[in-house]
Design a protein around this ligand. Sequence first.
Ligand SMILES: Cc1ncc(COP(=O)(O)O)c(C=O)c1O
Length: 428
Amino acid sequence: MCRFDKSQELLKRELKVSPLAAQTYSKSYRYFCEGLAPSYMERGEECYVYDVDGNKFLDFMCALGPVILGYNNKEVNDAVIAQVNKFASGSLQSELEVELAEKLCEIIPCAEMVRFVKNGSDATTAAIRLARAYTGREKVLMSGYHGMHDWSIGASENNKGVPKAVCELTKNFKYNDLGDLESKLKGNDVAAVILEPIQADGPQSDYLECVKEITHRYGAVLIFDEVVSGFRYALGGASELYGVKPDLVAIGKGMANGYAISAVAGKRELLDQIEQGVFISTTFGGDSIGLAASLATIRVLERPGFYEHIENVGKIMRNGMIDLIDKYGLNDILSVCGLPAHCGLSFEGHGSLSYLDVHSIYSQTMIDNGILVFAVYNLNAAHSKEEAQRYLAASEKAFDLIRKAIDQDSVDGILRGGKVNPVFKRNK
Ligand SMILES: Cc1ncc(COP(=O)(O)O)c(C=O)c1O
């Protein structure tokens, strides 16, 4: 068993000075079994991470999506270092800004213009502001998670601190349910329909095309939030994969192999409004390190083979998990959700076991077997069939223990310490 002494010591220190001891909820110690998992990372190499105690983990979190080529990628690092030696943020624009904007207009189907920001929330918020300005309307319909800003988090259960008037402007609609979307558009003067185009097992046939038609019929702007799906399933994201062009797209996570950059892109008539005073501006928007990293990342992603590779490795993992769930008779407890390139498990309770008990057994066992994963896996270019087999071997051990816990209706003798304890819990 690994020891996490230094991680624990740092955690204790950080908890005194920084809430949750992590700047992203899903990277917090509470998303693992307390005391039995690493919290601090020393370095990464391809698809492996080394924690501050010297333990090595096969990583399927990939920094929650951004690390798409693998940690410490030489081509990306070389591009970044070359730029670091010139300047990071400058008093004038970097010419990399021109190059990357042109490249994004080439690879993203709806992109005629691009505005760079820093994280996914900035990008979705910029898209919403552009849509509101363009339509002269205020209401928003959304489906998925779109970041931490008021307009979107206000429509979730986690809306403490958001003014009620703001919460009321955004409503959720159900993915893959055209009737639900249309009933919410009808008579409501909606400015924007924003959705993650790939959710669960993906869009039903023609769903995205029909969403576009209905959205436009009611005079709203269609925004694809491709912060996750961009660069992960295809270079041009879901809009390339399914052949549907939205009016605007928000991209982020996968575009620079872990360096911070995001963008809103889309139709000229929408982006052009920035010249007429629609305010989208941030000090680090054109930071040249993110630009350099993104250009290098895209250069690698453009070479043949990356997307086939990810798909093939993902298929081994996805199909393998489905078989193992069957083998251990866990179909009521575990389900596999997602397309091969980005998918994972969801957990249900059983008898006196809660879904968090089941999740904790899974999490503890994966860490015990040297694998860093939350519930959904992210793949990078360095994961191969061998890593997929290691993931399945560890998953089998976890499923065996889940079976045992269900049969004895208890986690006694299985869980050794704290449980997974997310800040935001489901109702059951
Ligand atoms: C689909 C989607 N949109 C937007 C965001 C917000 O991105 P960020 O956390 O970089 O602000 C996320 C983050 O997880 C996301 O998954």
